[in-house]
Design a protein around this ligand. Structure first.
Ligand code: APR
Ligand code: ZN
Ligand code: ZN
Length: 368
């Protein structure tokens, strides 16, 4: 029987249990998980910030090998290596056709439902169904997922690297490359330099940003940020107010683009304040669903012509962007191995969630 890490209640550690995984239905595939990153959104489910139906198998940043095909799946084969997309993307709905696959109608419903496209999960324990996080549930040795939520990658790419592409890289790199309008020579600020923020930094560099100001409370994270392309480092706990610091570093004008990659109301407001007139503040971090902002529409939006943009899943078309990112990794232009601070076993997932705040860990990756 495959093992999985299950959240039973908000605030409790994940339980490692044996599960049953039923056969894939039409349009679904079974994968043997090869690797799964541990992302802050997993922690957000554990601490109740992200609500999902419990019990649930967490994990949404994974890659694995196809072991079984459901009826009608003809674009994938047994043995294929795939990256799991936590928003399955159909390619045919209104949003997919408008180049907003991250908002795919079928995929978004599934992703929020705790199940697959029909909103039911194939996982169970002693006959009791268990939900899966974001149509994926990658904290499990085996998973059944929608075929439209799988993107084939070259087998020469390690599944650990593939897993990281599945959330942190698509979200962070995509925020800089797809959502923001970064121009060559721009100054950008990135608040929060965890697994996702580091990818915003390397995406911003790729998009041509010249000055990349990294903001984080932990010095170890800032040092890693520098390796990923940050040119200036700001630690608000020792350097003082982040907004004042970014203004100072940008000639008093503010950043062309400021990214918030934590998910806190206060830092989202800071991102908008440190954005220059006519610039963009991009919200990447996921705040609790009751977070509200204080914005002065006259000064913060109208007269200053600032934009505030939400960014879901890096504005990614996964079927286009996963192969592109895998190619950048292979040509040495995308740092993925450096993101992986620790390789762990499924049993160590609670430790990895606890360690999330420490300076040394960018991403822990479960290897199956
Ligand atoms: N000011 C500056 N930095 C902060 C602050 C703060 N007030 N609070 C936290 N941080 C830093 C942490 O030190 C850490 O480096 O923010 C970073 C968050 O990184 P991770 O915990 O690794 O989170 P990550 O997986 O990168 O996700 C970030 O994006 O996808 C969403 O749900 C995810 O909201 C989360 C965000
Ligand atoms: Zn994630
Ligand atoms: Zn769609």
């Amino acid at each position: 029987m495959p093992k999985a890490a299950v959240a039973n209640a908000v605030g409790s550690p994940l339980e490692i249990v044996d599960i049953d995984v039923a056969d894939p239905k039409a349009g679904e595939i079974r994968i043997q998980m090869g690797a799964s990153g541990v992302c802050h959104s997993d922690l957000s489910v554990v601490n109740g910030v992200l609500p999902i139906a419990l019990p649930a198998i967490l994990g949404h940043e994974g890659a694995g090998t196809i072991t079984q095909l459901g009826e009608g799946v003809d674009n994938l084969s047994i043995g294929d290596h795939v990256v799991v997309s936590w928003v399955p993307q159909c390619g045919a709905c209104y949003y997919c056709e408008h180049d907003q696959g991250e908002l795919c109608e079928a995929g978004s419903m599934a992703s929020m439902s705790g199940g697959l496209l029909d909103m039911t999960s194939r996982a169970s324990r002693d006959g009791v169904p268990i939900s899966v996080m974001a149509a994926s549930g990658t904290f499990a040795e085996e998973a059944v997922i929608p075929a439209i939520g799988a993107v084939k990658i070259d087998p020469s790419i390690p599944l650990t690297a593939g897993a990281l592409i599945g959330c942190g890289v698509l979200t962070g790199f995509g925020a800089a490359v797809n959502t923001a309008s970064i121009r060559k020579g721009d100054t950008v600020a990135v608040i929060g330099c965890g697994g996702v923020g580091l990818n915003v930094i390397q995406g911003a560099k790729h998009a041509g940003a010249e000055r990349i100001i990294a903001v984080d409370m932990v010095d170890g994270k800032l040092q890693t940020a520098q390796k990923f392309g940050a040119t200036d480092l700001v630690n608000p706990s020792t350097d003082g107010d982040a907004v004042a610091k970014v203004m100072e570093l940008s000639g008093g004008r503010g950043a062309d683009v400021a990214f918030e990659v934590i998910g806190l109301g206060a830092t989202i407001e800071q991102a908008l304040q440190m954005t220059r007139r006519g610039g963009q503040a991009v919200i990447v971090g996921v705040p609790s669903f009751d977070t509200m902002l204080t914005i002065n529409p006259a000064m913060d939006l109208l007269v200053s012509e600032k934009q505030i943009r939400g960014c879901w899943y890096g504005g990614s078309n996964v079927h286009r962007d996963v192969p592109m990112l895998a190619g950048l990794y292979q040509s040495g232009e995308l740092m993925l191995d450096e993101l992986m601070s620790a390789q762990i076993s499924l049993d160590q997932v609670n430790e990895a969630l606890d360690n999330m705040g420490s300076g040394e860990i960018a991403r822990s990756v479960i290897v199956y």
